[in-house]
Ligand binder design. Structure first.
Ligand code: NA7
Length: 540
């Protein structure tokens, strides 16, 4: 690989990140005859599935849906072992993608992109890495992920614990043996909810430190039956089209009835059916759950009732029951035996709302009323979501403006694809796109295809640059905010609004107008010759 030289290597595109987004982008660009290279910090592909190796990690979208659709042969040949495949299997799938499409020689591993600076005179990006690479690229594509910068808890002494600590988002590849250990885990988001049952089974004792309880729906995970798999494989084109045609990029049907218009009996029946079915589809029980507080309360009450049914100690059940935000406005969790775990003798729950953490100590952890001794601590404390990975890179557009500076008041994009003042810089599933509120695979394919089409259009029209206009960006940001304000999402202190990172501006970042609506808008923009974008002068 080229090292620092006076004449940087020239490429059509640099892609940052070798998760599903970066790999598919590379595959598309190569197929179109563009020169491109992926830079990846890890030593393997898979992104989220490469880093998040904690016990119990699995996707909260069913595997038949959380998989690529771009190659009909691939989707027919690949088989998933479970309804929700575990992390290791999704990582195997990611590696299969890299091998099947011969992508590895286009990916430079163990290399972190440190800066990307737009050279206005050349109309190109100067990209530098921590390995000394200097690349001049016409296009710079950020496939950096929405949840890829792990965050430690902001508590005194966080580095002072004498034993080992593990962050769920940065898990040792060799795994962790908790046998015989006293373990403390901080956090009760998705990662904690998935890992807690597994750690509890192994550890001598597990203490769970909860600041905010989360709503969780059982996955009802199953071994994949060949009948179910075949039934979907027989109608994959229709199945994928249903997903693309839906608000969340999911083929499962949403109920069009509003909870407030349903009878109590209808509501209980629907919630029970969705609970038995398992997973995120619970939020599709009624059309108004994320829009109407009264509707939402009926769903939240149902889940709180379930928590009390499962957890034997009513005091523990009460602490585990979320009360101060609407269900679904913090990411709904999907679990296998989470609430049941609190019936075990070797598991204790500490309510940090009643007794906050004062410090992490060499021995363990101290709250306002007790000290705890541990052999190891697990931080399931989440990520600097949506913007964290982008802001970690020194990205500078026109006039040397830093993206971080431009986004000081919150991210601003046009369609979550581009930023005014940063020509030919693209974000895959960036802020302002459906991203984390959709099936990521569907969103990734849609964004990658849009970018590939856009680059082809520019090449055909001998146009060196494309850049979102300020007006289009302003309108889009206003629209994303309006749509968000029309929902209950702003009522929760979630990572969707940046509330989990102290000092981060409170902005509801994903677009909740619906994947299908959004994709149609992107198609329309392209069909109108990239409406809302300024196209650079033709090169002659
Ligand atoms: P999340 O969902 O952000 O969860 C992080 C958890 O850690 C959450 O319960 C936080 O409580 C807790 N936390 C964070 N900082 C602290 C401090 N300082 N003290 C106590 N507790 C703390 O991250 P996950 O990794 O579980 O899931 C991220 C996404 O990945 C998930 O939504 C899926 O989309 C996949 P809080 O709620 O902030 O009070």
């Amino acid at each position: 690989m080229p090292q620092s030289t006076s004449s940087p290597e020239q490429l059509d595109a640099v892609i940052v990140g070798a998760g599903f987004a970066g790999m598919y982008m590379l595959h598309r660009l190569r197929g179109l005859g563009f020169s491109a290279r992926v830079f990846e910090a890890g030593d393997g592909v898979g992104g989220t599935w490469y880093w998040n190796r904690y016990p119990g990690a699995r996707c909260d979208i069913e595997s038949m849906e959380y998989s690529f659709s771009f190659d009909p042969t691939l989707e027919q040949q690949w088989s998933w072992s479970q309804r929700y495949a575990p992390q290791a299997e999704i990582l195997t799938y990611a590696n299969h993608i890299a091998d099947r499409y011969q992508l590895r020689d286009g990916i430079q591993f163990k290399t972190r992109v440190t800066s990307a600076v737009f050279d206005e005179a050349a109309g190109r990006w100067a990209v530098a890495t921590d390995q000394g690479d200097q690349i001049s690229a016409r296009h710079c594509i950020m496939a950096t992920g929405c949840l890829s910068v792990p965050k430690l808890p902001e508590v005194p002494g966080v580095d002072s614990f004498a034993g080992p600590t593990y962050h769920t988002g940065y898990w040792p590849h060799e795994g962790v043996d908790f046998s015989g250990m006293r373990v403390g885990i901080i956090g009760t988001g998705s990662s904690a909810i998935q890992s807690i049952p597994h750690i509890a089974e192994q550890a001598a004792h597990l203490t769970v430190f909860q600041r905010t309880p989360n709503f969780s729906i059982p996955a009802q995970n199953l071994t994949m039956t060949r009948e179910y798999e075949q039934e979907i494989k027989d109608r994959f084109p229709e199945f994928r089209a249903q997903a693309r045609d839906s608000g969340f990029g999911l083929a499962s049907p949403a109920n069009e009835l509003a909870a407030v218009d349903a009878t109590e009996e209808q509501r209980q029946r629907e919630y029970q059916e969705r609970w038995d079915q398992g997973g995120l589809g619970f939020l599709l029980s009624f059309s108004d759950i994320i829009y109407d507080v009264n509707a939402n309360a009926t769903a939240a009450n149902f889940v709180r009732g379930k928590i009390h049914e499962v957890v034997k100690d009513p005091k523990v059940a009460e602490i585990l029951s979320p009360k101060d935000y609407p269900i679904g406005t913090k990411r709904l969790c999907v679990d296998s035996g989470y609430y049941e775990t609190f019936n075990r003798d070797n598991v204790a729950l500490v309510d940090l709302r009643a007794t906050p953490i004062e410090a992490i100590t060499p021995e363990g952890l101290r709250t306002s009323d007790a000290s705890y001794a541990f052999d190891c601590i697990v931080f399931a404390t989440g990520f600097d979501a949506m913007t964290g990975a982008l802001n970690k890179i020194d990205i500078r557009g026109r006039d040397g403006l830093a993206l971080k500076e431009k986004w000081a008041g919150g991210p601003r994009t046009y369609l979550g694809l581009q930023v005014a003042g940063f020509p030919n810089l693209y974000t895959i599933t960036g802020p302002g796109s459906p991203s984390v509120l959709s099936n990521m695979m569907v969103s990734i394919e849609q964004h990658v295809d849009w970018i590939a089409d856009c680059m082809t259009y520019l090449r055909e029209h001998e146009t060196p640059t494309i850049e979102a206009t300020v007006a289009a960006e302003d309108d889009w940001v206003a629209h994303v905010n309006d749509v968000g304000e029309g929902t209950l999402f702003p009522l929760a202190n979630s990572w969707y609004v940046g509330a989990n990172v102290p000092g981060k501006p409170r902005v509801f970042t994903p677009y909740i107008g619906g994947f299908n609506v959004y994709a149609e808008k992107c198609r329309d923009v392209a069909a109108k010759g990239y409406e809302g974008f300024a196209l650079g002068a033709a090169v002659r």
